[in-house]
Ligand binder design. Structure first.
Ligand code: ADP
Ligand code: ZN
Length: 755
């Protein structure tokens, strides 16, 4: 019997027939499939499942003509009159409790709308895989002592195991309690002194809690730190939402402000989420949170699904109050959320590169508004979007213009690479070499940034000029040593390099351009006796290797560290007295309207690693365009000067923050098919725009990387002053399109990657 038949009957007087009534009245669940069907679907809930079907749980539903069972998310239920057309019924309920709160369900609907994503994809994205797979709980056997008489005198180890097994225990607990090894247990089993007695469910253990926080003496906050903290605590105490931007130079004590704000959040019995760019890149930040608060859930990309699930449960139960993690940690199911912090908020890794292509900053704002909690965005180089929200959008900016603890921002010298005198045989100009000598002689350490990994950036024929390309991508191969392998940085394909030029047959192929491997070689050759290490994606593939290198650098076992942008972020090494930027313009000329912004951010960030200690420091920036505003601003530590020069350019072109961009990328094995579909999309969008003058539709054109893994890529862009209007336009223009079989295409709202 459906719940509450009596009142429903009263709604329909004159219909005494129970059976008739049952058919018309009932419970309907709206479900969303993770993939395949985009539209929400309605299913009848049979009375025996009524108590268990609720929004946020998953259900088994029959789909299509074959009625194949599919797992779907229940997003809404309603009771009342059934629709006239017959409905299929829910077959089973998967979860014992909702995986998603009503708030999270609402968030997924908003995200689907905000980034033109499928609701099913969003639902999958906000739940860690380990949570979705929770039915697969491991069972482990349990052992118990049989009480049989031992034939021989048991050893001390055996006695310890038997004592521990007086009550049934799984193997790992037996070993832990007795201190014995597995061999002892198996001998006892063989001797019949120990026996297996059933099994228990073993949920994965959360990471053991860190040591109790050491009683550290906290530094006295500087006046700007005090002001920033007060600006956060005000809404925090008042239970209000507000967005605060901590615009503070590197080393100005932003992290210390986050730590104090988190401490206050905990004092209120609340939880805090702290997002950092990619956790493996910021071990120091995690360390500081662990040291201050002890029990911290660190959600990094190397966690197994089971570990992730364990954290998720601890957070949901309110047993962990500090959550530090990368982008997706914003979905941590904190029931008592009190604060959200995003460190290095300008980082592009906060935008997901695959569907759903959400930005964690916007998600954080939505959550913080709903929960009525402060959102803190910190950076030495805030995104232009963030900056302009402070100018016009009601966000509050707190400036921390000076380094704490008396250290000065380093002096920055530029080396003009166009000047023949500046050039050297390798990548290190005489001036940079002199800087390295200066720092080392003064007892300091050195960091060299080169944002290209590998040995040589390409391999070229000296006779005809042809550069060796990846066979399946529109990208030159990067030479990696040892082994002279040509690796494609687009698809990862490893190639043996040809002995002769595939174009002209000449056997005169030479490595061109410098990557971090070659730079490391040059440093070793030029500065004999220096202890040199390299840190890039190639040297940090294994878990922990990144930490090991940084720890060795901190212990001063390394004098000079060569690295990609990995070394630019969030690191605080007081003995670094020189930072060298090998080629500041490397990213300046990419086909991306944010190229200048990115360059200024990267150079500013890496320069900020220098001179954090009492002895100060220097920075040498090698560039072919020292007059470029992005470089000039970084050199004089005036990021705001760059903002002032860049904003008018963006305004003229209607680029963010003055307008919105939606990018569509079409892929196909068939170049023509991709181009044709791109053209068709442009036509559809033009029609939908109906000649609206403020809207610009560009393309289709081959994407800057026009082929990856044999797929040709074409892209188009839609620009307009208003994001909502633009999304509606794309929705209208692309709804109901029948995509040709050969073609795949994606929509990226507010793209950060334009290649
Ligand atoms: P940011 O996050 O802005 O780079 P940090 O918070 O990491 O800055 O601070 C840089 C260094 O200064 C850290 O070692 C930190 O412990 C220390 N520090 C922070 N605030 C103070 C302060 N008020 N007085 C002295 N040292 C401080
Ligand atoms: Zn490739």
């Amino acid at each position: 019997m459906p719940a509450g038949p009596a009142p429903q009957r009263e709604l329909f007087p004159g219909r005494p027939d129970w059976e008739e009534d049952d058919r018309r009245q009932g419970m309907v669940a709206t479900v969303v499939l993770p993939a395949g069907v985009d539209k929400p679907l309605d299913y009848l809930v049979p009375p025996e499942l009524a108590a268990r079907v609720e929004p946020g749980r998953r259900v088994q539903v029959p789909l299509g003509r074959g009625n194949r069972l599919r797992l779907a998310y229940c997003v809404a239920v309603r009771r009342g009159e059934l629709p006239p057309q017959p409905l299929k019924a829910v077959v089973d309920v998967e979860d014992d409790k909702p995986l998603l709160s009503p708030r999270m369900l609402e968030l997924t609907a908003w995200m689907a709308d905000r980034w033109l994503a499928r609701r099913g994809e969003v639902l999958e994205a906000v739940l860690p895989a380990g949570v979705r797979l929770r039915r697969r709980i491991r069972r482990v056997p349990v052992f118990v002592a049989t009480g049989a008489e031992p034939g021989r005198r048991p050893t001390a180890g055996q006695r310890a195991v038997l004592a521990a097994a007086a009550t049934p225990k799984p193997l790992d607990e037996l070993l832990r309690q007795s201190g014995a090894n597995r061999g002892v247990v198996s001998r006892l089993l063989k001797a019949g002194l120990l026996t297996e007695q059933g099994s228990v469910e073993r949920e994965p253990e959360p990471e053991p809690p860190g040591p109790a926080p050491a009683a550290v003496e906290l530094p006295t906050l500087s006046p700007p730190q005090e002001r920033a903290l007060a600006a956060i605590l005000d809404p925090l105490r008042g239970g209000r939402h507000e967005t605060l931007v901590l615009f503070g130079v590197t080393g100005s004590g932003k992290t210390e402000v986050y730590l104090r704000a988190v401490a206050e959040t905990l004092a209120h019995g609340k939880q805090a989420i702290v997002l950092v760019p990619e956790i493996s890149l910021t071990p120091q930040t995690c360390e500081r949170f662990r040291n201050r608060f002890g029990r911290v859930a660190v959600l990094h990309s190397h966690l197994t699904p089971a570990e992730r699930h364990a954290h998720w449960r601890e957070i949901a139960a309110g047993r962990v109050s500090v959550i530090v993690g990368a982008r997706s940690a914003i979905f941590a199911p904190a029931p008592r959320l009190g604060l959200i912090v995003i460190d290095e908020e300008h980082e592009h890794s906060f935008k997901q590169a695959t569907a759903p292509r959400y930005h964690a900053r916007d998600v954080a704002e939505w959550i913080a508004q709903r929960e009525g909690v402060p959102l803190v965005l910190g950076s030495a180089t805030p995104a232009l979007e963030t900056f302009s929200r402070c100018l016009t959008g009601g966000w509050q900016m707190c400036r921390l213009p000076e380094r704490v603890g008396g250290s000065q921002l380093p002096a920055v010298l530029t080396v003009d690479l166009r000047d023949p005198k500046a050039r050297a045989k390798g990548a290190i100009s005489p001036r940079l070499a002199a800087g390295i000598d200066w720092a080392i002689n003064a007892g300091g350490q050195v960091m060299l940034l080169l944002n290209r990994r590998g040995f040589a950036t390409h391999v070229q024929c000296r006779s005809c000029g042809h550069a060796i390309h990846c066979p399946q991508c529109d990208l030159g191969l990067t030479l990696h040593q040892p082994g002279s392998r040509g690796i494609c940085h687009g698809c990862g394909l490893v190639n043996r390099l040809p002995a002769t030029c595939p174009e002209c047959g000449t056997a005169d192929l030479v490595p061109r351009g410098t990557g971090t491997q070659r730079l490391e070689d040059q440093v070793r050759a030029r500065f004999r006796g220096l202890r040199v290490a390299r840190m890039d994606a190639d040297t940090t593939r294994s878990r922990g290797s990144h930490d090991r290198t940084l720890s060795a650098f901190r212990r001063r076992e390394i004098d000079l560290l060569v690295g990609t942008q990995m070394i630019a972020k969030g690191l605080d090494f007081p003995d670094v007295m020189l930072v060298g930027v090998i080629n500041a313009d490397a990213a300046l000329h990419l086909a991306d309207f944010r190229a200048a912004e990115r360059t200024c951010q990267l150079v500013t960030q890496v320069a900020g690693r220098s001179g954090r200690g009492p002895r100060g420091g220097r920075v040498v920036v090698q560039t072919s365009t020292p007059e470029h505003p992005a470089i000039r601003a970084a050199v004089v530590h005036d990021y705001e000067a760059f903002i002032r020069s860049e904003l008018p350019i963006r305004e003229t072109l209607l680029y963010p923050p003055f307008g919105s961009v939606i990018r569509l990328v079409v892929r196909s094995l068939d170049d023509q098919a991709a181009a044709d579909w791109g053209k068709h999309l442009v036509d559809q969008l033009r029609k939908a725009a109906g000649g609206e003058p403020a809207i610009r539709i560009l393309g289709p054109a081959p994407a800057p990387i026009s082929r990856i893994r044999d797929r040709f890529r074409w892209h188009l862009q839609v620009h307009g002053p208003d994001g909502e209007q633009l999304r509606n336009l794309v929705r209208r223009g692309t709804s109901g399109l029948k995509t040709p079989e050969k073609v795949a295409w994606i929509v990226d709202v507010d793209p950060v990657e334009m290649l």
